[in-house]
Design a protein around this ligand. Structure first.
Ligand code: GLC
Length: 438
């Protein structure tokens, strides 16, 4: 396929995704039992044998997928991505290629199917995270691997394994996930590292199969990348492993991502709510609702998406702090969502008091700083027809205040008279003003 056709198809595939802007990530697996994050197996070098106890214990009796889905919807999220299998290798779905799955635990449930059904019922798009690494499979490299929990365990030093068997297993599971659960909107592979890039995953075959089974699915770039870099999706010559979007992790790119030729690159920044992806009750370093709102606006203003993670307990409950934060975000989204969904970079100088997003002929001014007196808007002199506060439709006054005669290049707005009205601290979570252009 030639470059132009490929770029056009990518833009078409990712259209809904780049309009929806806001998603829910869900990291859930056996690691929720010890509650020290999803890397506990590797970080603490818990041997495979020892880790088995978590499988024996797994029983999420309080898992109510409908509640999860309702929360996502309430928060204003439009899609959700669940870890169908994380690096530990445990499958939340009823795979016929392994015994290491939720249907073989006390709960006997296909948690992926329940997730898919519940989220679809709420009108949300569904995505699957799938770990390329697998610390359970007998043909995955152990001794000397960079990350495997038993990487220094002498017992495995001379263990024979056949990586091609793992590849067959991994490809089979991806096929299963993309045939047994209806239309899947996003496939989120994680991740590549030394000796395990694109080709090593037999990636070409994998991508072809994925596209054949689900022609509209959106694929991330980690079949050749990781958090450190985003792979060839950044270039004007993306290869077959590039996926459709870049996934910056725990960072908002300082500017919107474009290829050297200036083509917009779809991207989605992923964030934890505290500092862990997997359940970690001692980690109370939560981001505030206001922070999430402001950062979602920042992503939108740079043509990107944001996916925020929740980390349910082993019993299947979402920690109350996470519920509260997302509900607060939802309150803002309910009133101001139109300044996010379907919006993009305004391509106007960034104002000092916040940011602009844009949808067609409408610019949204996101005021996130306290302002004294009228608000000076760069780039818009003489261009604005009318201004309204989005949350309640209140009319803003467009004028040049008597103290602003020295700054003729700016348009100004304020609440009305007196001209010296100021924005209070409470208003600075993000007061959105709709500016309709002439
Ligand atoms: C990382 C981690 C992982 C997490 C993911 C989310 O690569 O390995 O635990 O699932 O990023 O972006």
């Amino acid at each position: 396929m030639d470059y132009q056709t490929y770029m056009q198809e990518r833009a078409k595939r990712t259209k809904w995704f780049m309009e929806d802007r806001f998603g829910m990530f869900i990291h859930w697996g056996l690691y929720a039992i010890p509650g020290r994050g999803e890397w506990v197996h590797s970080d603490e070098k818990i041997t495979q044998k020892e880790y088995q106890k978590y499988f024996d214990e797994w029983n999420p009796e309080r898992f109510e997928p409908k509640e999860w889905a309702r929360l996502a919807k309430e928060a204003g999220m439009k899609y959700a991505v669940l870890t169908t299998k994380h690096h530990e290798g445990f499958c939340l779905f009823d795979s016929k290629y392994t015994d290491y799955k939720s249907t073989n635990t006390a709960c006997r449930r296909d948690l992926v199917r329940e997730f898919v059904d519940a989220f679809r019922a709420e009108g949300l798009k569904v995505g699957f995270y799938y770990s390329l690494l697998d610390w359970h499979h007998e043909d995955y490299p152990v001794y000397g691997d960079m990350y495997h929990p038993d990487r220094e365990n002498k017992e495995y030093e001379h263990k024979k394994y056949d990586f091609s068997k793992y590849l067959t297993y991994m490809h089979n599971q991806v096929r299963e996930l993309l045939t047994e659960y209806g239309k899947i909107d996003i496939l989120w592979f994680d991740f590549s590292y030394e000796g395990h890039y694109g080709k090593d995953w037999d990636g070409e075959k994998l991508v072809k199969m994925v596209r054949e089974l689900q022609p509209d699915i959106i694929l991330n770039g980690r079949l050749e990348a990781n958090g450190e870099n985003y792979g060839s999706v950044m270039s004007d010559e993306p290869n077959i492993f590039s996926g459709d979007f870049a996934c910056p992790e725990m960072i908002i790119p300082p500017y919107g991502l474009k290829t050297p030729k200036g083509v917009d690159i779809p991207w989605e920044a992923c964030f934890t709510l505290n500092n862990n992806w997997g359940y970690a009750p001692l980690d109370k370093h939560y981001k505030s609702a206001s922070q999430i709102i402001k950062k979602l606006v920042e992503c939108t203003s740079k043509n990107g998406n944001m996916i925020i993670n929740i980390s349910p307990t082993a019993k299947g409950e979402i920690p109350s702090m996470q519920v509260e934060i997302l509900q607060q975000v939802g309150k803002w989204m309910q009133k101001n969502g139109e300044s996010i969904y379907g919006c993009r970079a305004a391509d106007i100088e960034k104002p000092e008091w916040g940011r602009y997003t844009r949808k067609g002929n409408t610019i949204y001014a996101h005021i996130t700083e306290e302002v004294i007196g009228a608000i000076a808007m760069p780039g818009l002199k003489g261009k604005v027809e009318r201004a309204r506060r989005v949350a309640d439709g209140f009319e803003m006054r467009l004028f040049t205040p008597w103290v602003a005669k020295e700054f003729p290049d700016y348009e100004f707005i304020n609440y009305g008279t007196p001209e010296c009205f100021s924005f209070s601290v409470e208003e600075t979570v993000d007061t959105v003003i709709e500016l309709r252009l002439k």
